[in-house]
Design a protein around this ligand. Structure first.
Ligand SMILES: *[C@@H]1O[C@H](CO)[C@@H](O)[C@H](O)[C@H]1NC(C)=O
Ligand SMILES: *[C@@H]1O[C@H](CO)[C@@H](O)[C@H](O)[C@H]1NC(C)=O
Ligand SMILES: *[C@@H]1O[C@H](CO)[C@@H](O)[C@H](O)[C@H]1NC(C)=O
Ligand SMILES: *[C@@H]1O[C@H](CO)[C@@H](O)[C@H](O)[C@H]1NC(C)=O
Length: 355
């Protein structure tokens, strides 16, 4: 987990009004020296807070400094959860002008960190964990395409690098109400929502557990058939990627020290187009079928690190909900998750998470 710590608001130079009456005869003179100084200071401060500090913070997570192995080629992955780019759905009661500026500032924050992660850390693969949009499930095709292009501008694909954006979130497709058209639109543009792929001698399983949870057969049939027919060609450790976290008993499976909201247990809630965890029975089916070593989810916006047992305790997976990367995600320190995969000296696949 990597926090973008150090981000503060840039101070505006303020000029105190002078309330003493002025003699009328004096022509206004400009203190050009002072004005230049303020201007230069502002640029320097801008550069410090927008470039130097973020770069410094991100560079602290250089892979070589925390990867426990010294040989082999590592598959270095950055995971981005819930960017949920601000749109007209986000703050419907706000003035349009204000919304415009919030959008610009929030987009800039995401774009700047994304670019810096790529220039400072140069990961092999970028994985998005869903909720790319905020109101995506509600947009008609024209508006959706506009948001799609905006998203591509905030997170431009890097040539020669693998980039996975195909896991849908509830803000992208809905939860209780999923329209076939909205789901198909997402899949058409981002790729198959249920898939198996090999990366760094680990097997990744991408699963659209939201559609799987839907009662309508038209909606759940693909994820359902995917799980039913899922087979593995090797014994590589498996990593499951989903949007909504799996079911847990929050009072027994505590989130650990990296969670910001420490005073509350992980919520088990359901509301309009969301559910904080996947149902118990569906969770059991997913765990027993995939039998993963690691699980990454998004949705919650805060960090949570728990153990999940499956097959009656025969296997254990570590499930991590990744923090939201957005400054509008309701947490103090937005973050991304780094994951490095390798084959260790005993020729067993190995992995490490933290920096
Ligand atoms: C990941 O990227 C690094 C740096 O670009 C490269 O040296 C390495 O071979 C890549 N790893 C894999 C598994 O492709
Ligand atoms: C299931 O979804 C399809 C496509 O959206 C729709 O045509 C159908 O009426 C739905 N079935 C039920 C039982 O709601
Ligand atoms: C996958 O499983 C479904 C049952 O859920 C079955 O109807 C379908 O034929 C299977 N597909 C393949 C390619 O095996
Ligand atoms: C994956 O494992 C095989 C042996 O099982 C090894 O030959 C290969 O180099 C490994 N790949 C990486 C990227 O470490």
């Amino acid at each position: 987990m990597m926090n973008f710590r150090g981000k503060t608001e840039k101070p505006e130079p303020s000029i105190e009004p002078d309330d003493k009456p002025k003699p009328k005869t004096i022509k206004p003179t400009y203190n050009w020296k002072l004005i230049s100084l303020i201007f230069i200071s502002w640029i320097a401060l801008f550069h410090l807070f927008e470039r130097t500090i973020p770069y410094h913070v991100i560079s602290k997570c250089s892979w070589g400094d925390w990867e426990p192995w010294t040989s082999g080629s590592s598959e270095r992955i950055v995971m981005i959860a819930d960017p949920q780019i601000v749109d007209d759905y986000s703050y419907p009661k706000q003035y349009k002008v204000l919304n415009f500026f919030i959008k610009k500032i929030a987009d800039n924050y995401l774009h700047r960190n994304y670019e810096m992660i790529h220039s400072a850390l140069n990961p092999n693969t970028t994985i998005f964990l869903g909720d790319l949009f905020d109101g995506g499930r509600y947009w008609d095709d024209d508006q959706w395409m506009e948001e799609y292009y905006r998203f591509e501008k905030v997170f431009p694909k890097k040539s020669g690098k693998l980039d996975i954006r195909s896991i849908p979130g509830n803000h992208d497709i809905g939860f209780q109400t999923i329209h076939e058209h909205v789901l198909n639109r997402f899949v058409r543009h981002y790729g198959k929502a249920n898939e198996v792929m090999e990366l760094g001698n680990h097997t990744f399983v991408l699963l659209d557990a939201i559609s799987l949870s839907h009662p309508n057969e038209t909606i759940h049939k693909e994820a359902d058939a995917f799980l039913t027919n899922l087979t593995f060609e090797n014994d590589n450790p498996r990593i499951l990627l989903i949007h909504v976290p799996l079911f847990r008993f929050p009072d027994k499976q505590l989130c650990g020290p990296h969670r910001e909201k420490k005073d509350r247990l992980f919520p088990l809630q359901r509301g309009d187009q969301y559910q904080t965890v996947i149902e118990y029975e569906i969770t059991k089916r997913i765990l027993n079928t995939v039998q993963p070593a690691l699980i990454f989810a998004g949705d919650d916006h805060d960090y949570c690190d728990i153990q999940q047992e499956y097959e009656g305790g025969k296997g254990v997976a570590r499930e991590i909900t990744v923090k939201s990367a957005a400054m509008t995600g309701g947490i103090k320190y937005p973050a991304v998750q780094l994951l490095s995969l390798n084959t260790n000296n005993n020729n067993k696949p190995d992995r490490n998470l933290f920096c």
